[in-house]
Design a protein. Structure first.
Lengths: 274, 274
């Protein structure tokens, strides 16, 4: 398959196995995935997660993946070195290290399995976020120009934010610490487990809704993938409840069109100044 | 200091730096920390977290720590090997590997800093769990005998569960997926950041409250430490909202007596059979 037939996301996470170094995969971080001067952390996690999917054989879905962000990434070449920690019957645990010019950007620890092989039972008590249909939500074309300029990656998303959680874009943050909306890729590429790693860090920082418009560097992001998403829209909610000491947590839920809670994530990030 | 002067917890996480291998610390996993046939996962995280605190110099508090559980631990000797990933100005990121007889039990990735140096601002919107005072809660002396027999570590805790969340002990689980209570160590040792790593996995599995009394092996546990706890009782809540496909998440909050949300954690665990 040539890159001409690949979606933007598949190009973004494309890997070349290194000829001489087993477990190493080379990537090219695209300028189109930038946000606030660096490459989006969710995209980086998807690149590292893709390398682990390649390395882990039949266990190709990240059931749990933790990324620790070490330095700001920039567009250009990157190397991902993977290492198996333990290969079990249902799970393979492994590490990945993403670096650029010898400087490590991201260290990942993850357990992979096969989401298709899981038990059919669904006893979820969580409810999907309530919001108007996509056509009544706010597209990024209405976002403040300053935001768009700093977030090239928004052009690759069809992101429709719930009007109830976009007061911050009009200078009226709700103070609730919640942003939610509908998500799909602009080029129509359907969701799969690796895309969910991007989605977990795709919305504007939830601190915007607390009246803090600056960027919020991620320290750590863990994503639990709980089911393969069906094609279609994803509903995504971000919320924080504990902004203190210069840090905050951001909890994310991703629901698919079948009404399944397909991913849950939490990150610890540095809070922008108020 | 001799072990005779150490609290049970400090004995439990005590380390001896290895004479010949830099970054290695030897530990002895005590039989008193067993639960359901293995050593408690929170205690293991505290042992590995203690080794990282020793290794990381001035950055001695785990701001974010992720543990991936690889095989069941048993009482006896254990080795913890630490390795620095990146040493920055405010954070040091490092890994730890805990093994017994050459078999790896737990792999940890963490970012350490100094909780005492954080910004004073507290803008937490979360509310502490509402429950009766400790003297009106249910001590473990009332727990089913079968539970106590399988959980030696309960004798080291002064754990008082909210009567509203202990119906499961009487055969009447609420189905809400929530267990909460007051926690302190039986020997009076006051809380600190390392103890919070134990507390994050100290309560009975929240699946008990869903009518599933079996043990729930942890796949992954990430703890965010947000402030040093003051002396006294801790309020701890565990909740799950997504039991599906044979797995569930368990979210934990730990509040100190000053009313501060000092730790938030989430784990992914295998669900017991219903």
């Amino acid at each position: 398959m040539t890159t001409a037939t690949l979606s933007e996301f598949d190009q973004g996470i494309a890997l070349t196995p290194h000829a001489a170094e087993p477990g190493r995969y080379d990537a090219e971080l695209g300028a189109g995935w930038q946000i606030g001067g660096g490459v989006n952390g969710g995209l980086l996690l998807a690149v590292a997660g893709h390398a682990l999917a390649q390395a882990n054989g039949e266990h190709r879905d990240p059931l749990s993946i933790s990324g620790y962000y070490l330095s700001a990434s920039r567009p250009g070449p990157a190397a991902v070195r993977t290492e198996t920690v333990r290969r079990g019957r249902t799970l393979t645990t492994a590490t990945a290290s993403l670096s650029q010019d010898g400087e490590e950007r991201l260290r990942v620890l993850a357990s992979y399995g096969d989401l298709g092989s899981l038990d059919d039972e669904v006893a979820t008590s969580a409810q999907p976020p309530v919001m108007p249909p996509p056509e009544q939500c706010i597209g990024v074309e209405h976002a403040p120009k300053q935001l768009i300029e700093q977030a090239a990656l928004l052009e690759r998303f069809d992101l429709r934010l719930d009007p109830a959680t976009v007061g911050w874009a009009l200078g009226q943050p709700s103070g609730n610490g919640r942003i939610q909306g509908w998500f799909r890729l602009a080029d129509g590429r359907e969701p799969d487990p690796l895309l969910l790693l991007l989605v977990a860090d795709a919305l504007p920082p939830v601190t915007f809704d607390l009246g803090r418009p600056g960027w919020a560097p991620t320290i750590e992001l863990t994503v639990h993938l709980r089911a393969r998403p069906v094609p279609g829209w994803l509903r995504v909610s971000h919320a924080t409840r504990n902004l203190a000491g210069g840090y905050f947590e951001e909890d994310c839920e991703v629901w698919d069109e079948a009404g399944r809670l397909v991913a849950q994530s939490r990150q610890l990030a540095r809070a922008p100044r108020s």
